[in-house]
Design a protein around this ligand. Structure first.
Ligand SMILES: Cc1ncc(COP(=O)(O)O)c(C=O)c1O
Length: 479
């Protein structure tokens, strides 16, 4: 149906109705200031109106101060009405209601340009090797030819999988390129693993507190999360897990053994080995999320659970989102005995991982100085975490505690029980600071007095000021 039929039922002259639709496009941000509007001919075709109606519509838009003619070039959108600047992006979601709502709300706050983003577990592009990686991407785009525009069907780029195999030996796992499937980030890897090993209604044991993205994925797949207490230094409580396994069915388990999100906990290697053995004895698949594994503060990373896996029950997931480029959306999975199921699931999920980002990352790993860059990033994060801990302990109410992660760039802050993190979130956002409230990290009403803070931004007086502001907002909630 062309737009004309809906126009003509109203009383307004046709040219005004056409002008109104163009005005709406300007207000919705479809047409931006300085951009050329559709031509008169295009307006005639789209709306089924005559040339004189289209001309009248543009005269009307000009009189509304929305467009201006330029010699021999047509009409252009004029000065930005203020609303246009405020509108881009989806409408803001409140930090309430469903897990999905809260997840979306947090990201709204993280990506809002003028906010000091302490809420997302996102590394700053100022710390990432942004310029070099983007150069490698453009070099790939120039030289990849047809390959660059074609699907890189699962298992994905062989060049990248070879590089990943090499890196995985650092965590003690000997994995062939043929064992790996590339994914659109770790989020997809987790989703594919869960799809491969569970069915709706199954129970999945997770750490608590845990990364809200995992809780969200479980919800999306109609799985039931079973939250297992987690120690802030040594990770998942194996004693608790063991007694749970004796008493109730568990269909899969997800752990973040290296610098977990949000606690920054590191499981000792012998605990990882014990965990793998405990689950193997019951034939329960273990999904290992290692996105922070390459960011230890010490000289060496620990072993991965995958390195202890001799039965194919460990499904290893990771990505380059914390180390190179979250926006490239490149991750991977080593699905063990579930390889076929994961590969098939990928075909119905995203079909393939984006070819050019895969190739750029493969080049960076091969000869971009990845280890050199990781060393410098780790030193920055270690320093940031130290400064952040000190600043929080100075500025927050008495009784506040902060975790002491040995890698990654997240700290978990526990404030006196009268402080409500959701309230703090709202008040902080009103002052241009985003944080991640503790309530996001569990399905139970826990962690209401906790927040997760990211140290992924370069340290600056602006961040110091933000911590001071957060501290004084939190103090106001202490009775
Ligand atoms: C522990 C953990 N796993 C997975 C993800 C998702 O990573 P990706 O951006 O690679 O999808 C995140 C992102 O914050 C994370 O913190």
């Amino acid at each position: 149906m062309n737009l004309l039929s809906s126009f003509r039922v109203t009383q307004e002259p046709l040219f005004k109705q056409v002008a109104n639709t163009v005005e709406k496009m300007i207000h919705d941000g479809v047409l931006r200031p300085g951009e050329r509007t559709p031509s008169l001919r295009a307006v005639c075709d789209q709306h089924g109106v005559s040339m004189s109606t289209a001309v009248q519509a543009f005269v009307e838009l000009e009189s509304r101060g929305l467009v201006e003619p330029r010699h021999k070039s047509g009409f252009f959108v004029k000065a930005p009405p203020k609303v246009i600047m405020d509108l881009p992006g989806p409408p803001r979601v409140p930090m309430s209601g469903s897990l999905g709502n809260r997840h979306a709300s947090l990201f709204d706050a993280v990506v809002a340009g003028n906010v000091i983003a302490l809420g997302g577990a996102v590394p700053s592009p100022e710390i990432l090797p942004t310029a070099k990686l983007n150069r490698m991407l453009s070099e790939k785009a120039r030289n990849a030819g047809a390959r660059g525009v074609m699907y890189d069907l699962p298992p994905g780029s062989e060049m990248l999988r070879r590089q990943i195999s090499k890196r995985m030996t650092k965590g003690g796992a000997v994995v062939a390129p043929a064992d790996i499937i590339t994914t659109c980030g770790a989020t997809e890897a987790l989703m594919l693993c869960l799809r491969a090993v569970t069915k709706p209604g199954d129970v999945v044991a997770v750490e608590t507190p845990t990364y809200f993205g995992i809780l969200h994925v479980l919800e999306a797949l109609a799985l039931r999360a079973l939250e297992i207490p987690t120690d802030a230094r040594t990770g998942l409580r194996l004693d608790v897990l063991e007694s749970v396994l004796k008493n109730q069915p568990v269909n899969a388990c997800i752990v973040l053994p290296a610098f977990s999100n949000p606690l920054g906990a590191s499981m000792p290697d012998d605990a990882k080995q014990r965990l793998v053995g405990m689950l193997k004895a019951r034939e329960i698949p273990l999904i290992e999320d290692d996105v922070f594994g390459e960011l230890p503060f010490g000289p060496k990373r620990g072993r991965t659970c995958k390195s202890f896996d001799d039965s194919g029950l460990v499904l290893f997931c990771s990505s380059f989102s914390k180390t190179l480029a979250p926006g490239y959306r490149v991750g991977w999975v080593v699905p063990g005995r579930y390889y076929h199921a994961v590969r098939i699931a990928k075909l119905t999920h995203t079909m393939a991982t984006a070819t050019l980002p895969e190739l750029a990352i493969a080049s960076f790993l091969a000869d971009g100085g990845y280890d050199h860059w990781l060393r410098s990033a780790r030193a920055i994060y270690k320093m940031n975490v130290m400064r952040m801990r000190r600043a929080i302990l100075e500025e927050f109410p008495a009784g506040t505690t902060v975790t002491t992660p040995q890698g990654g760039f997240l700290v978990w802050v526990t404030m006196p029980v009268t402080v409500n993190a959701l309230e703090l979130y709202d008040r902080a956002l009103a002052k241009g600071i985003s944080i991640a409230p503790g309530q996001l990290f569990s399905l139970e009403p826990r962690y209401a007095n906790c927040i997760r803070i990211s140290c992924g931004e370069p340290w600056s007086p602006r961040i110091e000021g933000a911590v001071r502001t957060l501290g004084s907002l939190a103090k106001r909630q202490v009775k």
